[in-house]
Design a protein around this ligand. Sequence first.
Ligand SMILES: C[S@@+](CC[C@H](N)C(=O)[O-])C[C@H]1O[C@@H](n2cnc3c(N)ncnc32)[C@H](O)[C@@H]1O
Length: 245
Amino acid sequence: MRAAGPSLPRNDPRQYDDLAGEWWRPDGAFAMLHWLARARAALVPPATRPGALLVDLGCGAGLLAPHLTGKGYRHVGVDLTRSALAQAVAHGVTAVNGDATAVPLADGCADVVAAGELLEHVPDWRAAVAEACRLLRPGGLLVLDTLNDTALCRLVAVHLAERLPTVPRGIHDPRLFVDDRELLAECARHGVDLSVRGIRPGVPGLLRWLTHRALGGVTTSDRAPRIVPTGSTAVLYQGRGLRNG
Ligand SMILES: C[S@@+](CC[C@H](N)C(=O)[O-])C[C@H]1O[C@@H](n2cnc3c(N)ncnc32)[C@H](O)[C@@H]1O
């Protein structure tokens, strides 16, 4: 196994194979993805019909799955990384190994499409947005979170966050970060009326979590910092929108 991060180019998907053992560790390198998955799932209402489908683009190891329990969706996850998909399957996700820019699922099949921390990893994020919108049925819901294409985001998400134990080093290529206004325009072009808001981990919870972890304590999901809204979309932001028609 390679040392994660520095031995591979930024955003190289093989990093997820090297980090496969980290996905489900609540205090592991993907800890923040757990916090974000809970916040994303909170945007998803219970299904309104039997057999409703939620397509999770770039699902990774299926961290969204526990937060959807009881909401009534079939959870289909699409991801490039087989080692992550194998873990998603173990958490009840139906896996599709493929690219979010060319998803082998029918137009309008999804009641909900989720794209959590995906777009900032896709060289052609516009193609992934087009696919997300294509998959949604009229009235279907798109939920996503991603990183903004700003100098502040490059400072916070790359230079600062990648020094913390909650974000793997080298996982982000800041050249791929997604301008929120361009994302809104792209969604509108594909019939989804997206609204966005800035989000961040709550500071007291984050400091408690980092201290507890540094002291060697066991971190559990009930100790996880909450993701809270913030006044600016300049770093991390969440989007929610319905497909017209
Ligand atoms: C930061 S992880 C987020 C995983 C998951 N959404 C979560 O929040 O836990 C990004 C995921 O996107 C996947 N990915 C990156 N580019 C992709 C693409 N073009 N198509 C499908 N999956 C992709 C990676 O394999 C990885 O599992």
